[in-house]
Write a protein that binds this ligand. Structure first.
Ligand SMILES: Nc1ncnc2c1ncn2[C@@H]1O[C@H](COP(=O)(O)OP(=O)(O)OP(=O)(O)O)[C@@H](O)[C@H]1O
Ligand SMILES: [Mg+2]
Length: 295
């Protein structure tokens, strides 16, 4: 589930997980948003390990702080040596805030889950706009990195290997390993038999424009967006306020339906109340029970 901030990605992800687990599919809801909100929406404590929250349903919010420290420790020698080449010193506490590190951690966790193959379905709750994009871009970023490392290899390999026998080669092996994982995950995401992408939006100009850009960017990476969830749609009502609200929404809903006639489009009403806990069954019913979307 991807989309602009606050449009209902987490609600839709949680409701999807409720629905599929209710159908007896082993389901994991995986939060890929550094500002986790699945636990609030599901109204349960979710640990930093996949946790069973009800029959067939697990949820997981990776602890980025702990994971980045773990990552740092695991690759400390490599990181120190690599950044040392550029005379940059990195501290463990700074590592987690470096660009790309969160994405790398999420990718690494997702890879473990994918390889473990324990769940029938993993619902990824994305961060605003597109945490999915870095997943698609990571292989080329790591490829670029490998190329660069290879580029400096001739110059630096001797130095690195002097620090410790075979050290330069060990670095290269780790980076290649990371690239292989990133490639596996990208291939999984672009395979329509493995993954589907839903964009969540609301019928307002800024959200629709951003969704259009998001779909275009994602699809330019060769990944099809399968469905669109239009959330917060106003219900029929004769009062002036609601009539005005509905009138402004209709044109955006029509625009999306026309532009994306080839995609499944689901409408979710504005429920007029906070959506969490057992209320998610209602959202799940509206999304899947009324056959708006299939999984
Ligand atoms: N159809 C709806 N009717 C009423 N409230 C809703 C509806 N959908 C979502 N909400 C509420 O809107 C808020 C934001 O929803 P949610 O957290 O799912 O959005 P998000 O896209 O995941 O946000 P973020 O980008 O911050 O991750 C929540 O408080 C939720 O209860
Ligand atoms: Mg969210």
């Amino acid at each position: 589930m991807a989309g602009k901030g606050g449009v209902g990605k987490s609600v839709s992800s949680a409701a999807t997980g409720m629905w599929t687990s209710g159908q007896g599919k082993e389901t994991l809801a995986f939060s890929m948003d550094p500002a986790h909100s699945l636990s609030d929406i599901l109204d349960v404590e979710i640990g930093s390990q996949p946790r069973k929250i009800r029959e067939h349903f697990y949820a997981y919010e990776p602890d980025l702080k702990a994971e980045s420290l773990g990552f740092y420790r695991r690759y400390k020698n490599i990181l120190t040596a690599l950044f040392g080449l550029f005379e940059v010193e990195i501290k463990p506490e700074d590592f987690g805030t470096m660009p790309g590190v969160n994405e790398l951690i999420f990718m690494d966790k997702l890879y473990d889950i994918y390889i473990e193959n324990k769940y029938d379905l993993v619902v990824i709750d994305s961060a605003p706009t597109a945490m999915v994009l870095p997943l698609l871009q990571l292989p080329s970023i790591t490829t670029g990195f490998v190329t660069r490392v290879l580029g400096v290899r001739n110059r630096w390999m001797g130095v690195l290997n002097l620090l410790e026998a075979g050290f330069g080669d060990a670095i290269l092996k780790e980076v290649r390993n990371m690239r292989a994982k990133a490639e596996t995950m990208r291939n999984a995401i672009i395979d329509p038999n493995v993954a589907t992408i839903s964009v969540v939006t609301i019928p307002e100009k800024a959200a629709v424009m951003e969704s259009r850009r998001l779909i275009e960017t994602v699809e330019s990476h060769g990944v099809r967006v399968d469905s669109i969830i239009i959330n917060h749609v106003w219900k029929e009502c004769e009062c002036d306020f609601c009539r005005r609200k509905m009138a402004s929404q209709v044109s955006y809903i029509e625009e999306l339906k026309t532009l994306y006639a080839d995609k499944s489009i689901a409408i979710l009403p504005d429920y007029g109340t906070e959506v969490k806990g057992d209320f998610l069954w209602q959202v799940a019913e509206d999304l899947y029970g009324k056959k708006q979307l299939t999984i």
